[in-house]
Design a protein around this ligand. Structure first.
Ligand SMILES: NC(=O)NCCC(=O)O
Length: 429
């Protein structure tokens, strides 16, 4: 059924339920005025399908779209009433799921509760910088509280959550948002980490004053005691579309650290690093069980890639991935161009949210809202990582020596590609 047909189908279903077309018209999200960034009035494609397909058809569509975990559809879990009331009061999407693993004879399950938060900015980009930052923190607070009261053990925020994603502008004044790793936003989150006994991954724009005021794109890992466990700096910097991030900071110098926390071994692959399979691999080789991918990306550029890359990484590396994308459209005071001959513009396009989790067995959660702030929570039994290694043997069959050899030759100036030309092609020349 195409979207138009679904629209008609939905309207007719609602018409029947409500006993009249006029009422259905008024109640359908499609006729209520469609919020910018929504999928025909729905938070996500998944929810559109859920509302419009008949349940049997939807179940089969869902199996194909998000897979099965241990042979079953992912179970939704109920979060405490207090968390639900926070999500209603502050209008953020909130969903929760459970990834299971098979029972083992010799190991207990290792279940951790993990949360992802996606957020829009809270004030116009023309407001004083300190007000903008404070307003974003205020916006985050009820979402972090909802995670905390829901018993989330590890929480990750989106890339550079504490500022507008101003790197499209190439204006240097936005550097003022950069903070030291123990700066304002880390301090704000340290209190919450202590309060909720929660590990928090805090992706910020970092200013390293000890090294000549250098700026980095950094994730600060805050331990459950509020301590700073360590940092990781973004490895791969985009040079695509309006993502002019290389104007602001350089490629990171922290390698591929895995942070051993009391809840499990975690790593952070910041945004554009998700396009680099070797980046994902390196975190896996260092033993990550959950890799977070805090991101900021827009629909026109990357939406078809979004559901694929992290999910593929989770499969290939036998770990869980938490993917988080910023949400909303951010407009800047001065127009800029994209160097593509098209007219100047003042916004980046729509950041499409759609945060989700992927598991090593190829299942994933449905993504949360495409246009609203949101908290996604999932229980995950980390035993699933080794179970999938045993089942598929991707590590054992990886033949790393073949690739180490190719890469070391490729890096030499006298490298020539291994191409064997059909001799008949040469004869024809
Ligand atoms: N923030 C960032 O690295 N964005 C790049 C665009 C993309 O990777 O989709």
């Amino acid at each position: 059924m195409d979207l138009k047909a679904m629209e008609l189908d939905l309207n007719s279903k609602q018409g029947k339920e409500n006993g009249g077309e006029a009422e259905a018209e008024a109640k359908s999200p499609l006729s209520r005025g469609v919020p910018e960034g929504s999928v025909h009035g729905f938070d996500s494609l998944y929810r559109l399908l859920e509302a419009t397909l008949n349940p049997e058809v939807f179940q089969e569509a869902s199996r194909i779209l998000v897979g099965l975990n241990c042979g079953q559809s992912l179970e939704r879990i109920l979060l405490p009433e207090h968390a639900a009331s926070l999500s209603t009061k502050h209008d953020f999407d909130m969903q929760a799921f459970r990834f299971r693993a098979d029972e083992e004879a010799l190991r207990q399950p290792r279940v951790v509760r993990v949360g992802l938060i996606q957020n829009s900015i809270a004030l116009p980009t023309t407001a004083p910088f300190s007000n903008q930052k404070k307003a974003i923190m205020q916006r985050l607070k009820p979402m972090i509280d909802a995670a905390g009261v829901s018993g989330v053990n590890i929480l990750c925020l989106q890339e550079a959550w504490m500022m507008p994603f101003a790197f499209c502008t190439r204006e240097k004044s936005w550097c003022e948002f950069a903070e030291p790793i123990d700066g304002e936003s880390t301090q704000f989150l340290q209190d919450l980490a202590r309060k909720y006994n929660m590990v928090i991954v805090n992706p910020i724009l970092e200013r390293d004053s000890k090294h000549g005021e250098v700026i980095w794109n950094t994730a600060v890992i805050i331990g459950n005691q509020g301590n700073i466990v360590g940092t990781h700096r973004k490895n791969h910097i985009p040079r695509v579309g309006d993502f002019n991030e290389s104007t602001y900071y350089m490629e990171g110098n922290t390698g591929h650290p895995v942070f051993e926390t009391c809840y499990g071994k975690i790593a952070v692959n910041i945004c554009y690093g998700r396009h680099h399979p070797l980046n994902w691999l390196a975190f896996g080789l260092n033993g990550a069980e959950i890799v977070f991918n805090p991101s900021a990306t827009v629909g026109e550029l990357s939406e078809p890639m979004w559901p694929i890359e992290a999910r593929n990484a989770a499969i290939a590396n036998s770990y869980f991935v938490g993917s988080i994308n910023r949400v909303g459209t951010e407009t800047f005071p001065n127009p800029f161009t994209s160097g593509d001959g098209k007219p100047q513009h003042s916004d980046f396009g729509h950041f499409y949210g759609s945060s989700y989790f992927s598991a090593p067995d190829a299942s994933c959660t449905p993504s949360i809202s495409r246009h609203r702030d949101g908290l996604l929570v999932s229980d995950m039994d980390l035993n699933l990582c080794r179970q999938l290694k045993d089942k598929w043997g991707f590590r054992m069959t990886a033949r790393y020596e073949l690739y180490a050899n190719l890469l070391s030759r490729y890096l030499k100036p006298d490298f020539s590609p291994q191409v064997i030309t059909d001799p008949s092609l040469q004869k024809r020349q």
